[in-house]
Design a binder for this molecule. Structure first.
Ligand code: MN
Length: 241
């Protein structure tokens, strides 16, 4: 198992270094997009999209994609940089009077930035690998935990639909719990378990679907399965192991 994991990692690293990983332009540190390399870069930035705004039509419409990426994600990235600077400033001054607010601001905006960075990468146009079912180790692990893919999909869809207000639903691998789990997330960061490695996530904030689907979140979730990039999710699983 350890050998397999190490070999997978090396293979993934070299693929990433040469930019060959599923057509995603990335450095090794960007395999988990947006999580970056420690100490670089000092400013967080929007990750590049590997497809056009209209590429996920008709499942996710162009206007939603554009607004979501350029306005919503961008705001979290800016908020994250602001939070990092404010916390550094508080440390410099030894003034922790706002540390409760600043800690929450960091978690909210970092969560928003990372979640969206992952979200863009775990989707792909149907013409470029979107939809279908997982393969390989991930397919086996899903079968082992949930019984089969249909049962997993029903559980995930129900959990995503059940999120109260703004949030996310995630398939995670937990390296200490040693299992796949489906977790729901309030806002970008609440209700999660520390150490959970996100493999597949869906944004169920209204901004992710309201223009096209209005209040019909279940229709959005059903459509979204058609653009899930299982190749990318599989790589995340290999790296999480
Ligand atoms: Mn969003």
């Amino acid at each position: 198992m350890a050998d397999l994991t190490r070999r997978d990692f090396i293979s993934i690293s070299s693929l990433a270094a040469t930019g060959m990983l599923g057509g995603l332009a990335m450095r090794t540190g960007e395999v988990f997009a947006g999580q970056g390399v420690p100490n670089s870069p000092p400013e967080y930035q929007l990750p590049a999209l590997s497809y056009s705004y209209e590429a996920l039509e008709p499942y996710i419409d162009k206007t939603t994609m554009m607004t979501h990426y350029e306005k919503h994600h961008s705001a979290y990235t800016k908020g994250l940089n602001t939070a990092v600077r404010a916390i550094a400033d508080a440390r410099d001054k030894g003034d922790y009077s706002n540390i409760q607010q600043l800690s929450r601001m960091l978690a909210f905006h970092l969560g928003g930035h990372l979640n969206h960075s992952i979200f863009w990468h775990i989707m792909a146009p149907k013409s470029n690998g979107g939809g279908g079912e997982p393969q390989g180790n991930l397919a086996d692990a899903i079968k082992n935990e949930f019984g089969d893919f249909t049962r997993f999909k029903a559980h995930f869809s129900a959990a995503a639909k059940s999120v109260e207000g703004n949030g996310w639903c995630a398939l995670v691998w937990h390296p200490a719990a040693l299992r796949l789990m489906i977790l729901t997330v309030m806002n970008h960061q609440d209700l999660i378990v520390l150490g959970s490695q996100p493999l597949l996530i869906i944004d169920v904030w209204e901004h992710a679907y309201y223009l096209k689907y209005r209040n019909r979140r279940d229709e959005y979730i059903e459509a979204w399965w058609n653009v899930v990039n299982w190749g990318n999710v599989g790589v995340r699983f290999s790296m999480a192991l």
